[in-house]
Design a protein around this ligand. Structure first.
Ligand code: NAP
Length: 673
């Protein structure tokens, strides 16, 4: 209806009848009255609730001044750690705990959490000492948590650290080119800035026996500290608990951690940004076996990151948080005779500590042993030392103490009985029937289960919503006849596509392993076995660049495997890339298809003239991925030989040449041991 006509008709009706009847007026007043009453009653102020004291303390701002904290808590030793896989942090905790035996008070500290510029003020505290447990990561890099400290050390030439007493223990691995680079740098730099080294740099080699290196260093370090400060060991070797057990009987299960790494319920309500403290739960969209035959299981997985806002580049690493095998967890529960579903908290006895619990609490023993604790690596000697008190058989107790001691006999027993025999905590409990520690103390002592890193096997240009992983399932029989299974690879292998619990908590770690900025630069990739992973991303990316009409330089691949018909990983994709010209050369070394071994380095040598031209004249970038112990070294030696044979260099000139390529970012390695 036209609004004009309608208004007109209403007005016409008004003229014919009286405006309101008495009844209308009565009803009108009643309605108005009710409406007013309703409004008034709605606006009544609500009763002020009584504030109850909450159980959880109100969040406080984090103390970033370690000096203030040390003064407040009477500490005089601070142990900073640069740690990527948790070992540096473990060593720092052990040293901080040791201090009590010498009448001192120590605290472990993450350099990322404190203002490191305060180091010059440490002299305000009497008899003070800073210890640095610094791990080296990747190709001589600092760990993520020590990156800012490293930058600070580099940038501050005018810093006066003359009042600072320090020592450094470095954690590294000799199979890597830049062995213990970070520890060595911190040691040298602190001295340059005027700090006083009170004990020599310790070098720990994870390729040998890191634990033994640490114990030997520590054994001499503490007497040196005593001498320096004029203190004496108390002789008290008793075990000191750091956490106190609280059993919860009536806690709402919504408040109990079920495997989250950071925030409670973060796996139910996922909020970006995702990182190591807030991993994304990525569904597994593909999980297939790559090898056509053989006993091993080489696998290709795809993690769906749709909607996560996660970005990655070819060459980055994906970190996944695995869970322990439930049968191992159950066996631990059985052997210790405990109900694994009890809800507990382990609360730090040092209320000032930044670390309130050893893992997210409250939680159940089952969750702790499944998600938070490392139950598969051989325990370190401090764990054996602390657990020894629970062995009722004197012989077993003696052996445990011996293994934890620094005597040559003890070290060799630990090496053979624990390390060489790959005994994890369950195997130790099985083989020492009188050893039955309380589960809460065991949970306090075991190290945290760490995220595992894999080189991403895809390019985000081609797969912006998925991340590919290529890995081999680790499984081996130990000297004691036990079948040991790699935690993460076995857990990944069993991830069903679209099945129940088929998600993987993950985050991205950026790397320096990058394709050349200019696509026209040639690329030489060497990656036998699962070392092929990042190169699948590189090949995809070079193909994509070509499709975009970019000028793409030569792309040469050297892959190696055991048999053509068994473990030629990604054969179809690689051959297809060669056919369409993305790979200008595909060289595959089948090591076991003939009498003599043929490895990637043999094929490199076969192509020496061409490779030398690409490297020396065309600015090629070289990439190596895979085994660090043998392959990466042999391949590097092959490049030396090429420089000698084709480039006419002497060996020192050749090594220098390759070193220079490394500094220029033209010889990059992504290797593991
Ligand atoms: P793989 O299948 O064992 O080996 C790939 C190819 O490399 C085989 O043809 C092998 O030949 C050959 N090869 C052996 N020694 C070599 C050398 N010195 N130089 C060049 N090629 C050599 O490879 P994978 O199972 O993928 O593992 C690769 C390496 O990385 C292994 O050493 C493994 O321990 C290590 N890895 C470590 C991790 C980790 O997270 N720490 C994960 C995966 C792999 P033959 O076997 O016939 O001698």
């Amino acid at each position: 209806m036209d609004p004009e006509t309608s208004a007109h008709a209403d007005r016409a009706g008004d003229e014919e009848e009286p405006l309101f009847s008495n009844l209308d007026l009565f009803l009108f007043s009643l309605i108005v009255g009710l409406v007013v009453y309703w409004f008034m009653s709605r606006k009544k102020p609500e009763p002020i609730p009584e504030f109850k004291k909450l159980d959880t303390p109100a969040p406080t701002t984090r103390e970033t001044s370690f000096i203030e904290k040390m003064k407040k808590t009477g500490k005089n030793i601070i142990v900073f750690y640069g740690s990527q896989t948790g070992t540096g942090e473990e060593f720092a905790n052990r040293l901080a705990k040791d201090a009590q035996r010498y009448g001192m008070k120590g605290m472990a500290a993450d350099p990322e959490e404190y203002t490191m510029g305060e180091l010059s003020r440490l002299s305000e505290i009497e008899n003070s000492l800073a210890i640095f447990c610094m791990a080296t990561y990747g190709e001589g890099d600092p760990t993520d948590n020590a990156q800012d400290f490293y930058d600070w050390l580099q940038e501050n030439d005018d810093e006066d650290l003359s009042g600072l007493n320090f020592t450094v223990f470095a954690l590294g691995n000799k199979t890597y080119e830049h062995y213990n680079a970070m520890g060595k740098y911190v040691d040298k730099r602190l001295e340059e800035l005027g700090a006083k080294r009170i004990f020599d740099l310790g070098l720990g080699d994870d390729d040998g026996n890191l634990e033994e290196d640490f114990i030997s260093w520590r054994e001499q370090f503490w007497p040196a500290v005593c001498e320096h400060f004029g203190v004496e060991a108390s002789g008290d070797e008793s075990s000191i608990r750091q956490y106190e057990l609280k059993v919860h009987t009536d806690l709402n299960m919504n408040k109990v951690f079920t495997g989250e790494i950071g925030r409670l319920k973060s796996f139910e309500v996922q909020k970006p940004p995702f990182d190591s403290k807030n991993p994304f739960l990525a569904p597994v969209s593909v999980n297939r076996r790559l090898n056509k035959a053989g006993d091993r299981h080489l696998m290709h997985l795809e993690l769906d990151i749709t909607g996560s806002k996660i970005r990655y580049e070819s060459g980055d690493h994906v970190a996944v948080f695995p869970t322990n095998d439930s049968s191992l967890v159950n066996k631990l529960g059985e052997i210790l005779g405990v109900d694994l579903d009890v809800v507990i908290s382990l609360n730090n006895l040092d209320e000032e500590s930044n670390k309130k619990h050893p893992f997210p609490c409250p939680t159940t023993y089952r969750t702790a042993l499944t998600h938070y604790l490392d139950i598969t690596n051989p325990p370190r000697t401090n764990v054996l030392y602390e657990l020894a008190q629970y062995a009722s058989d004197p012989k077993e107790q003696e052996n445990m103490r011996k293994m934890a001691s620094s005597s040559p006999e003890g070290k060799s027993l630990y090496q053979s009985w624990v390390l060489d025999s790959c005994r994890n905590i369950l195997a130790i409990l099985e083989d020492m029937p009188s050893l039955r520690p309380p589960v809460d103390h065991l949970c306090e002592l075991l190290p945290r289960l760490q995220a595992r890193y894999y080189s991403i096997a895809s390019s985000s240009k081609v797969h912006p919503n998925s991340i590919h992983i290529c890995a081999v399932v680790v499984e081996y029989t130990t000297k004691t006849g036990r079948l040991n299974k790699g935690v993460a690879t076995n857990w990944l292998k069993n991830k069903l596509v679209n099945g129940h619990k088929s998600t993987v908590p993950m985050f991205i770690r950026k790397s320096q392993f990058r394709l050349p900025f200019k696509a026209s630069n040639p690329v030489i990739m060497v990656g036998p076995g699962t070392g092929i992973a990042p190169f699948m991303g590189f090949v995809q990316e070079r193909g994509w660049l070509k499709q975009q009409g970019k000028e793409v330089g030569e792309t040469v691949m050297f892959f190696g495997c055991r048999h053509r018909n068994e473990d030629y990983l990604y054969q179809e994709e690689l051959e297809e890339a060669e056919k369409n010209g993305v790979l200008t050369q595909l060289n595959v070394a089948f090591s076991r298809d003939q009498e003599h071994k043929v490895y990637v380095q043999h094929l490199l040598k076969k192509n020496k003239e061409h490779l030398w031209k690409l490297i020396h004249s065309d600015n090629a970038h070289i990439y190596i991925c895979g085994d660090a112990r043998n392959m990466a070294k042999d391949v590097q030696a092959a490049f030396y030989e090429i420089a000698e044979e084709v480039g006419g260099m002497t060996r020192p000139q050749a090594t220098d040449y390759v070193k220079k390529l490394m500094t220029k970012g033209r010889y990059s390695q992504d290797v593991w041991s």
